[in-house]
Design a protein around this ligand. Structure first.
Ligand code: MN
Length: 238
């Protein structure tokens, strides 16, 4: 059964995550969701509704709007459709223990004419109609991209279109798509690890400020020049 792996990994008497069901009648509109998840490490869970479940990939760096960026996406177990609404805490010690945010959501539309064949071939083209991610994308399975069983490596890549930009969307838009909250706020409200969540928020903020980065690298350049400078110029300054 498609959700067996998902259910085996979780104790639903302890975690608030849904045990879920397989949606019987195929939905006309297919859900798309990305959940920002600070577990052992921060990652972004990319999910597409298909065959009554959410096909799922863990993207360590999150999506990029830059078509030259290829983001590693490790396929993980199918999740129930209901999981797409889950924002909150997973207790420590449980599978994926940490804080979860619904970072983006909306609908998706296959561009590949036969989705099952595209998945089998490892080359799925699609349109996203989310709040943060839009336009045309592709998931490509890497050659020899089978690591652990059931954890094939794929690459998530933006196609060139009107929605492709150099904007660092993960950094510019760190907030939840359903509540507007940052991860630290969600952690605080659900008894999670606020410090870990704060770090995940601030990693995004550091990336968000090109000016801060420029200033930091200038400071570094100055430090390097000072270190390389002959003693004469040092004494001049002193
Ligand atoms: Mn996850």
């Amino acid at each position: 059964m498609p959700l067996d792996t998902y259910r085996k990994k979780r104790d639903f008497t302890v975690t608030d995550e849904p045990s879920g069901s397989i949606r019987k009648s195929p939905a006309k509109r297919l859900q798309y969701v990305i959940q920002k998840h600070r577990a052992t490490a921060l990652h972004y869970d990319f999910r597409l509704e298909w065959n009554g479940v959410l096909l799922s990939w863990a993207v360590p760096k999150g999506p990029s709007l830059d078509p030259s960026a290829k983001r590693l996406a490790m396929q993980v177990e199918d999740h129930p459709i209901e999981y797409g609404d889950f924002e909150g805490g997973i207790p420590e010690g449980q599978y994926g223990g940490g804080t979860v945010m619904v970072w983006d959501r909306g609908e998706w539309e296959p561009e590949s004419p036969d989705v099952n064949a595209a998945l089998a071939q490892g080359d799925l083209k699609f349109q996203l109609h989310g709040e943060k991610l839009r336009g045309s994308w592709v998931l490509v399975r890497t050659k020899g991209g089978y690591g652990r069983p059931g954890h094939a490596s794929w690459l998530l890549i933006k196609h060139r279109d009107d929605y492709a930009t150099g904007e660092d969307i993960v950094a510019e838009r760190p907030e939840s798509a359903i509540s507007g909250k940052l991860l630290a706020e969600i952690a605080a409200e659900t008894g999670g690890d606020v410090e870990k969540a704060k770090k995940a928020d601030s990693i995004a903020k550091r990336r968000a400020s090109p000016l801060a980065q420029t200033q930091r690298s200038r400071t570094n350049e100055k430090a390097v020049r000072r270190a390389k400078a002959p003693s004469k110029s040092v004494s001049k300054r002193a």
